[in-house]
Design a protein around this ligand. Sequence first.
Ligand code: GSH
Length: 300
Amino acid sequence: MATTGMGYGSALTSHFPKSNSLIISLLPSNPIKSNTISIVTPHFLSPRLKIQTKSIITAATIPSTGKLEEVLPPPLDSTSDPPPLFDGTTRLYISYSCPYAQRVWITRNCKGLQDEIKLVPLDLKNRPSWYKDNVYPPNKVPSLEHNNEVRGESLDLIKFIDSHFEGPSLFPSDPMKQDFSGVLFSYFGSFHKAVTSSFKEEGVNAETGAAFDYIEDALFKFNDGPFFLGQFSLVDIAYAPFFERYIPFLLDVKKYDVAADKPKIAAWIQEMDKIEGYKQTQTDLKLLVESYKKRFSTNV
Ligand SMILES: N[C@@H](CCC(=O)N[C@@H](CS)C(=O)NCC(=O)O)C(=O)O
């Protein structure tokens, strides 16, 4: 069992990486420089994100599926030139730490669109002014530049990418499942509010507990797989980045194990961790917990 140094519970240990990601350079006769840095400080868990330091250097890693894992570009900041906007390239503007952007990034990966949709990470704390002025006036991430238009809102974007791009469908054709997806997409706002309502309070309140009960019940709805709609879908993608943040924060700060006595949630977490397109987007858990602690510093 992995030891995390943060007292993670048994049901949750599978959520955490056990060792540093293995970087295997392709083409050994023509070695590719794996000139990458981590966006995180060294600590007990392996950083998942490998950020390229120089744009001319390429590198590749092979996860267990054999699919190429990309080395990620460095975030652009206020000193960075804009990309050549509206030149026909489809660009996904994200921040590596944003859970909303992560939804769209996962969707892009799971559909195998790494070549078709170029990632443009931004440093949100030192945002380039051209982003608001010329790309996306709401000045938030994610946004998608495609066919001379820029659109935003993560839930709209994951549906847009799923229906307008090649790759495996991430939305079921079964009308009952489609209906339930609507329920779960709508529930997300209440869920997020209910879970974070405990963050500034002592302990974990009943609202938070009820929200996880709701999720556990939802996972019982279809029995043809461990995901919200049975098979893996956009609904799992919508929730995963938030669970990724809630789980370690609640466990570390509140000693609250989200998956305790919740076998469906425990199984869902385990299965999500096997999705390559998601794994490639997972960020550093200790950093997440630290940033949540800073944000919710009173009475945690
Ligand atoms: N409802 C939006 C929320 C996006 C959002 O709030 N993104 C944050 C980063 S996690 C952001 O860009 N914040 C910048 C700001 O508000 O200035 C979505 O689902 O895409």
